[in-house]
Design a protein around this ligand. Sequence first.
Ligand code: ARG
Length: 459
Amino acid sequence: MALWGGRFSQQPDDLLRKLNDSIGFDRRFYAEDIEGSIVYAGALARAGVLTPEEAQTIQAGLKQVRAEFESGDFVLAEGDEDIHTAVERRLTEIVGEVGGKLHTGRSRNDQVATDFRLWVMRAIRYIDGLLADMQTALIAQSAEHTETVMPGYTHLQPAQPISTAHWLMSFFWMLTRDRQRLRDAYDRSAVLPLGSGALAGSPFAVDRVWMAAELGFRAIAENSLDAVSDRDFVTDTLYALTMTGVHLSRFAEDLILYSNPAFGFVTLDDRYSTGSSLMPQKRNADPMELARAKSGRLVGLLTGLLTTLKGLPSGYNKDLQEDKEPIFAGVDTLSDLLPVLTAIISTLKLNPQRMRDSLGGELLATELADYLVDKGLPFRQAHHVIGGIVHLCAERACSFNDLSLQDYQAAHPSFGADVFEWLDFDRAMGRRVADGGTAPVAVRQQIDRARAWMRDFSV
Ligand code: ARG
């Protein structure tokens, strides 16, 4: 008999149950459900609804149910449609009729919202830890390569020489924003719905502020009707995870390109590369391709959830049962992915010589323009003059270093013999000393700031 069976004369059809039941996935937060119930029993006792002995009996029974889940001994029964009904059914088997008092003033609507928030809060902390590990690995690799010069790209075309640490650290800062987003989502998750009843609030004097403190929430929901259907916290969290996925896909794409022999900038460790069943020479970056692809899955999960929430009428609706699998899948996806990426970064072999060899002279075109600016030309005019020099080099199939001083002076009289000093990749990189720039001295400061950020940040 279902917990809500009283008003029905027939059992629910098996086909309905298969559709309706959520136990297959919501048993994942059995621990949070039981924790919430232990505290709720305490609140009922404080409100005088349960005697202290009754509350203790219920709490001891709940702990036994938890032990059964933990040891794998918990046996599902007919009618256990979700984790809430399963726990209450088993509790009542253990403690007898008094178990039936636990649900006084409570609905599965405020209960599920409470359980799920607790689960999401824990998941956020877990993913945040994995992101911190990846950041630590990025800092460690970067610290070794502040002076390593590589081509920087815009439009994937060679642009200007940059420090390899600067490239790596760009992903560090993306992950800081991801972690900030997760922290925001944590804040919005840590608001207690319990004590809201089905929609209208509780007629019993349950101390919601006390329950919030007991369960580690930071605030209580101020409106019971909002509390039972608010799933912003799920959406916020899933968006934060999706944004992380998008960042990881970009990192993955860089590594796929840079590990291609045409670039040869990096070599993935053997443990994180895969071969071909047919072509013996192949060394594929499969994990990075999966990282690139998984962001598509995350975008789909987020889109699905938003679509489910859109247009729901006030109060709880069964549609909301569909909020769990997307975030479970999102958390699982990143839980699988992030440790592999961290390991790949830690074991990544950088090939500084290949990076240097691939620096084309055209990466110094901006230097030549800056040279003329140094001599007093307006930048726009300097840009035009250097455009002419680039054209000349293209015609002669030569590089800036092959031109004579006369060639330069024919392009503009301000050129002097010192122009050749400017045609140096390390010098070009080293001139970008403004905060946030790629000069090794600035990148070292950037890394110091990153380390300080890591020390200060917490969810
Ligand atoms: N399994 C349900 C869910 O996940 C629990 C809440 C059910 N509430 C209800 N009024 N049917 O949303």
